[in-house]
Ligand binder design. Structure first.
Ligand code: USQ
Length: 382
């Protein structure tokens, strides 16, 4: 397949590009380096230095003989998007969003940037598809955070409601906890509208926090590793805890630590995208799948990292701190996630062995850990 990846420099975009290219697909990545720029400005650079996209693509070609085409540009530029879609890719994987909840909550400028970028890129993609490649399958990264933490089971995107004796099927109610997560809700609404009215084909993957840095391709050379963040802006909780364990900093459980989320290994993100691409949504369909493999509370995660640390001789302490976010800290969480399993997903679970392996990789970069990047600097203001 001919596959275009928007946001190809990101934590997920780059490993996805390598994975699909290794499988023989014709891959083009697009990125404007917005995350690198925000990381520089907020002092949130990744733990391991990552070469720029052209250098990474060259290294990947050296190691595998496979090529990845690189385009540096902004998905909010409609002429660029139109030109890329005129090449008629079979699928577009859309990661080109400002992905940090804390960044989106710093203040007006950061909220505006998140809103403009995320909705602007999605809107341009939709129009570029409609005008140039109406058959193209849009694979959009949504987030489990769109649903929030309702007191009922979370269905896979849709819910059947019976009201005053009549029945209907609706998008599952959404209640996001940050402006970033809210932009993803709005993206879903845009995609739903254009699928209904103009017949675009869309898969919206509601993904939980991802962890890991090892994939078949990134293991070939350190220069191919994804951007591994442990800062409070871009670092997701598991990756942060692993770095804290290595640095000897007590694990920063926010508040009561009863916050439950659905997690998945980076390797499974790659599988999910590949499965979605191989089984496209129908014309006019907005297909939603919940992309996670197991559910933990923050306290459970901290205990798992503590136990794995013990295996490698680390004394890991857990020290709950005041929660900088406004979120439920003790709540019901039961998520249906059968769609991707039915397509063939074989989960890589968060075993002690997996955590130990990650601790060992992080330990090789211990000298680069900057403790000032660890503690939360952004508070959700009431
Ligand atoms: N948390 C801690 N301690 C920390 C960091 C986080 O207790 O040091 C808690 C948070 O308060 C939250 C949970 O861990 O309850 C998850 O936080 P996170 O920072 O790993 O995830 P989040 O900000 O929700 O965002 C991440 C990605 C985002 C993706 C989302 C999936 O950055 O792009 O959409 O995970 S989800 O969380 O399911 O919405």
């Amino acid at each position: 397949m001919k596959i275009l990846i928007l946001g190809g420099d990101g934590y997920l975009g780059w490993p996805t590009a390598m994975h699909l290219a290794a499988k023989g697909h014709e891959v083009t990545v697009v990125d404007n380096y917005m995350r690198r720029e925000i990381a520089r400005r907020t002092r949130s650079e990744a733990l391991i230095r990552t070469p720029n996209l052209h250098d990474r693509a060259e290294l990947f070609a050296e190691k595998t003989g496979k090529s990845i085409e690189v385009v540096i540009g902004d998905c909010c530029d409609y002429r660029l998007m139109s030109r890329l879609l005129a090449d008629k890719p079979d699928a577009v994987v859309h990661y080109a969003e400002q992905p940090s909840a804390p960044y989106s909550m710093i203040g007006y400028d950061q909220a505006r940037q998140t809103l403009d970028n995320n909705l602007g890129a999605t809107f341009n993609l939709i129009w570029a598809v409609m005008e140039n490649a109406p058959e193209c399958h849009i694979i959009k990264l949504g987030t489990m955070g769109e649903y929030g933490t309702p007191n009922i089971d979370i269905e896979e995107g849709w819910i059947d409601i019976e009201h005053k004796g009549r029945k209907g099927r609706f998008l599952y109610p959404r209640a996001a906890g940050s402006l970033y997560h809210t932009t993803k809700v709005l993206d879903t609404d845009l995609l739903h509208f254009y699928a209904r009215i103009h017949g675009i084909r869309v898969t919206d993957l509601m993904q939980g926090p991802v962890y890991g840095l090892s994939t078949d391709e990134s293991d070939l050379d350190e220069g191919l590793l994804p951007n591994f963040h442990y800062d409070d802006i871009f670092g997701t909780v598991v990756n942060r805890f692993l770095v804290q364990a290595v640095a000897g900093v007590p694990l920063t459980v926010y508040g009561k630590g009863g916050q439950k989320r659905g997690y998945l290994n980076l390797k499974d993100t790659l599988q999910c995208i590949e499965l979605a691409a191989a089984h496209p949504a129908g014309q006019g369909e907005l297909r939603i799948m919940n992309q996670l493999t197991e559910t933990f509370s923050v306290n459970q995660l901290a205990e798992k990292v503590q136990a794995a640390g013990k295996q490698v001789g680390l004394k890991v302490e857990i020290e709950p701190i005041d929660n900088p976010r406004k979120e439920a800290e003790d709540h019901y969480y039961n998520v249906v996630h059968s769609g991707l399993l039915e397509l063939g997903l074989k989960p890589h679970l968060m075993t002690e062995e997996v955590l130990v392996q990650m601790l060992n990789t992080v330990a090789q970069h211990k000298a680069a850990i900057d403790e000032q990047k660890i503690f939360p600097r952004v508070r959700w203001r009431s």
